[in-house]
Ligand binder design. Structure first.
Ligand SMILES: NC(=O)C1=CN([C@@H]2O[C@H](COP(=O)(O)OP(=O)(O)OC[C@H]3O[C@@H](n4cnc5c(N)ncnc54)[C@H](OP(=O)(O)O)[C@@H]3O)[C@@H](O)[C@H]2O)C=CC1
Ligand SMILES: O=C1CO[C@H](CO)[C@@H](O)[C@@H]1O
Length: 325
């Protein structure tokens, strides 16, 4: 008798978004995942159960991300509707007249016919020079900013949902007041605000604010970009966090990701290393006690890895990090 071996793959749980769609509560970040190495990494992630992928025009890897998805569809591993793909409108495209063209270019890069979630990458726009100049600067090296109102950009993004190019909209690097202004002026609510969120900047207040408005918070740089040579970030090397990790037979980075999930955030750790990609996904057989969460809370200094400290941006009227959250 032939025995049918049925491999049951464990997927991440999903959260119901304010538009009724579902988003997996763990995703794969892809900043600096490029070329063949990036493709191998993304394909491995899909093979082991990742269904939520995060990219951006700025990362210049949409071709690799799209290729990996299309290859996995062709192999029969997934269907298009199994994948939740996020990408982002880059800052040079804030002028409402440029939004649809930017999105269509990204769809062509990806080789896909829709994007699951399209985020405005930042509330501050940059001056458009040409599509190759992602960081336009003056002769002194200062970034050339634009003053397009992000609400006008968002309204142009709403048209993309209406025309079927995009399923859901969101924002990134928005503070609570900017998010509220979008909520007060939109027709289609943003489903998420993607911001830096890790043990070092746990975003408790912003998570609470988002929850009140039925918006999720996606946690970027959730691991704090580990740097073994500097023994940073602190939580990775803490004896207290190591003890928690040992109790569950996990690593300190897995404890950090579980902490973010238990706090209500949706982490999108990046790795190009298959072993670490698998490690970062192996989070759904444990959760932390209140005492253990309090240990992780103690690493919250509010210090950012990605402060958007670009020359002049700090003085811009839409610079997001000038208020507490
Ligand atoms: N909206 C925005 O403005 C931003 C969005 N993002 C998004 O968030 C994603 C994640 O953030 P990112 O800034 O990449 O930082 P992360 O905190 O995810 O850290 C990524 C780094 O950690 C290493 N790493 C991954 N897993 C482990 C592990 N288990 N143990 C030790 N080291 C590990 C990776 O190396 P290796 O690859 O060798 O494993 C890489 O160097 C980005 O890739 C991007 O998609 C990020 C920044 C800003
Ligand atoms: O998404 C991003 C990835 O990280 C970069 C900084 O290191 C950010 O500038 C950018 O917004």
């Amino acid at each position: 008798m032939n025995r049918v071996v049925c491999k049951i793959m464990k997927l991440a749980p999903t959260v119901k978004l304010n538009n009724g769609r579902e988003m997996p509560i763990l995703g794969l970040g892809t900043y600096a995942s490029q070329n063949k190495e990036g493709e191998i990494a993304i394909k491995h992630a899909i093979d082991i159960g990742y269904r939520h992928l995060d990219t951006a025009f700025f990362y210049q890897n949409e071709a690799e991300v799209g290729q990996s998805i299309r290859d996995k569809i062709a192999e029969g591993v997934v269907k298009r509707e199994d994948i939740f793909l996020t990408t982002k409108l880059w800052n040079i495209y804030h002028d409402p007249e440029r939004v649809e063209g930017a999105c269509r270019k990204q769809l062509a890069n990806l080789g896909l016919d829709y994007i699951d979630l399209y985020l405005m990458h930042m509330p501050v726009g940059y001056k458009y020079i040409n599509e190759e100049t992602l960081l336009p600067k003056d002769e002194d090296g200062a970034l050339l900013l634009s003053d397009v109102d992000y609400v006008d950009t968002y309204k142009a993004m709403e048209q993309l949902v209406k025309s079927g190019l995009v399923r859901s909209l969101g924002v990134s690097n928005f503070n609570s007041e900017q998010l509220k202004r979008v909520l007060d002026n939109c027709e289609i609510k943003p489903v998420t605000n993607q911001v830096e969120c890790s043990p070092a900047i746990n975003q408790k207040k912003l998570i609470e604010f988002c929850k009140k408005h039925d918006v999720t918070l996606t946690a970027y740089t959730p691991l704090g970009r580990p740097r073994p040579e500097e023994q940073k970030p602190d939580y990775v090397y803490s004896d207290k966090v190591k003890a928690i990790a040992e109790k569950y037979n996990k690593t300190t980075t897995q404890v950090a990701l579980r902490y973010l999930i238990d706090s209500g955030a949706i982490p999108i750790p990046k790795s190009s290393n298959p072993k670490r990609i698998s490690e970062n996904f192996d989070l759904f057989d444990f959760s932390l006690t209140d005492e253990e969460k309090a240990v992780l809370d103690s690493f919250n200094t509010g210090e950012r890895m990605v402060p958007l400290n670009l020359i002049k941006a700090r003085n811009h009227k839409y610079f997001p990090f000038a208020i507490e959250f």
